[in-house]
Write a protein that binds this ligand. Structure first.
Ligand SMILES: Nc1ncnc2c1ncn2[C@@H]1O[C@H](COP(=O)(O)OP(=O)(O)OP(=O)(O)O)[C@@H](O)[C@H]1O
Ligand SMILES: [Mg+2]
Length: 264
């Protein structure tokens, strides 16, 4: 799948410059410098409480930073005007594990939640929504001949397929940055493989992703770059080709040891 969007001419979809977030006395993020390329899959890893979720919440307008700057498509962000809504308008989509799809609703309805296609009288264009949903299922997600179409209900889908729907939605609405916060937690192995395939499709379609994942084997196999957070700071930028999975695992175990040492 080639990048079909000629407007993706910027260098970085997002770049943080000395970004810090404090919750009272807790410094959740300290001086984060991070640039995500236009078509880069970045794996964000680190222990519980390292600041991973806080970082993506700051990038998506959920939490304002205490200090620092943010650039989106190389343009500075004005914090006074930045919000979840604004990040959405700028084509950032976040996919959470618990993303709520309506269980009893057909898939086409779920695709268009909050973004209905209407005619000039405000009526929902059902046929068109159904057609587009089928197209996304087949072309973008490769749901061919598995008995799933736009009229299937969400209840019929496996966990991995649900994640796929959420990712497909993000792609259809032309998100340029798709953020996945542990999308595979609690999925069966077969389902995890489906989610990993969907992440590969994000890359193949010319977009960028930030992928938070506790399973090191998954991020190591998938990401172009791994960013390691530790107690609110970026402590390593790793290209998977330069560090084996075994060495990465040892590196993270050593980090934990220094943490225990620091607390003693
Ligand atoms: N709303 C909040 N109020 C106060 N403290 C918070 C808040 N959100 C996060 N924190 C604190 O900030 C730090 C970073 O939390 P964060 O949720 O970003 O970690 P994480 O890396 O996503 O962890 P996990 O892997 O467990 O999801 C933690 O010490 C956490 O307790
Ligand atoms: Mg988290």
């Amino acid at each position: 799948m080639a990048d079909t969007n000629p407007n993706r001419t910027y260098e970085h979809i997002v770049r943080a410059d000395k970004l810090s977030v404090a919750f009272g006395k807790v410094r959740a993020l300290s001086d984060i410098d991070l640039a995500i390329g236009r078509n880069e899959i970045v794996g964000l890893i680190g222990d519980n409480g390292a600041g991973k979720s806080t970082l993506i919440k700051t990038l998506t307008g959920v939490i304002p930073p205490t200090s620092g700057h943010l650039f989106i498509r190389d343009q500075p962000v004005d914090w006074a005007n930045f919000s979840v809504r604004r990040a959405h308008d700028l084509r950032f989509e976040t996919v959470y594990q618990e993303k709520s799809l309506g269980e009893k609703q057909p898939l086409w309805r779920n695709f268009f939640v909050g973004r209905q296609i209407t005619n000039r009288f405000g009526f929902i264009k059902v046929r068109e929504q159904r057609r587009i949903a089928n197209e996304i299922l087949q072309r973008q997600l490769g749901f061919r001949g598995v008995g799933i179409d736009a009229d299937s209900t969400v209840a019929k889908l496996s966990g991995g397929e649900r994640q796929g729907i959420a990712i497909g939605r993000a792609m259809h609405f032309d998100a340029d940055l798709i953020i996945l916060d542990e999308p595979t937690t609690a999925l069966a192995i077969k389902e995890v493989q489906k989610v990993l395939d969907f992440v590969r499709r994000i890359k193949a379609s010319g977009r960028a992703a930030i992928y938070i994942e506790h399973n090191l084997a998954h991020v190591h196999a998938l990401a172009d770059r791994l960013v390691v957070l530790d107690r609110g700071r970026i402590v390593a930028n790793i290209r998977p080709a330069d560090m084996s999975l075994a060495d990465l695992t040892l590196f993270l175990i050593d980090l934990q040891k220094t943490k225990i040492g620091a607390a003693a």
